[in-house]
Design a protein around this ligand. Structure first.
Ligand SMILES: C[S@@+](CC[C@H](N)C(=O)[O-])C[C@H]1O[C@@H](n2cnc3c(N)ncnc32)[C@H](O)[C@@H]1O
Length: 216
């Protein structure tokens, strides 16, 4: 670690956001509508969405898997990084979230690139073929991340990218007093990713911490 590394302060986060590509009217409207509809306000940050879109574009990704759709914010942002014939499958367990997402995805400019599958990640992932995705993004129930990882390693092709959100455990990662199941699960998951022989990853301090890992 560099001895000159500064902590990522709130001011720097604001600065990063102010210097990222604009979220755009449609995604801003989606965010507001999701709030008004009573969906939890836990979509990824706008700058994280832009980072992921650019990463997928640089990677030349065509097929992407997401677990955790919520209102479709991250799915739409990522799908915008795919070519016109690209495809993003997003998995959501809550029917109300899936229905909201389907409505907004249908209105979006990438409607034909996104398919919402309603169900538990752990039930849907086994139905997806080997090496069928160039990238995956995990952003659902944190206690299941460890169970999702072997599926992602099977579904994402060699050389593909695995992104995982909330590596900072909602800000509680380094608080040893916090032993909530989701926080403990994330701590264990981070150790797994950092040492995994099939992964080459770095934790990026965007949003609540984003794993960016290449599947070897
Ligand atoms: C943090 S939100 C996803 C946010 C979304 N990726 C975004 O940035 O716009 C997590 C979502 O995962 C869903 N979820 C929770 N457990 C799940 C499971 N077992 N399988 C699939 N989805 C699940 C929740 O209902 C919620 O909508």
């Amino acid at each position: 670690m560099s001895e000159h590394t500064d902590p990522v302060s709130h001011a720097l986060v604001e600065y990063i956001g102010a210097h990222a590509p604009a979220e755009g009217a449609f995604l801003a409207e989606l965010r507001a509508a999701a709030h008004a509809a009573g969906l939890p306000q836990i979509s990824i940050a706008a700058e994280q969405a832009q980072f992921m879109r650019i990463l997928l574009q640089l990677h030349g990704a065509r097929q992407v898997l997401e677990v955790g759709t919520l209102g479709g914010y991250s799915a739409i942002a990522m799908a915008r990084g795919l070519p016109a014939d690209g495809k993003l499958i997003t998995v959501e367990v809550e029917p109300a979230h899936a229905e909201f997402a389907k409505t907004w995805i249908a209105r979006s400019d990438v409607a034909d690139r996104i398919e919402v599958r309603t169900g538990r990640g752990i039930d849907v992932l086994p139905t997806l073929p080997d090496a069928s995705a160039d990238a995956a993004f995990l952003d659902a129930d944190k206690v299941s991340y460890a169970a999702y990882l072997p599926h992602c390693l099977r579904i994402v092709r060699s050389g593909g990218v695995i992104l995982v959100d909330n590596a900072f455990a909602f800000g509680h990662l380094l608080d040893p007093k916090n032993q909530e199941p989701s926080v403990s699960a994330i701590r264990a998951f981070n150790e797994t990713v950092a040492r995994h022989p099939e992964l080459d990853g770095v934790l990026v301090p965007l949003g609540d911490g984003l794993w960016v890992a290449r599947r070897k």
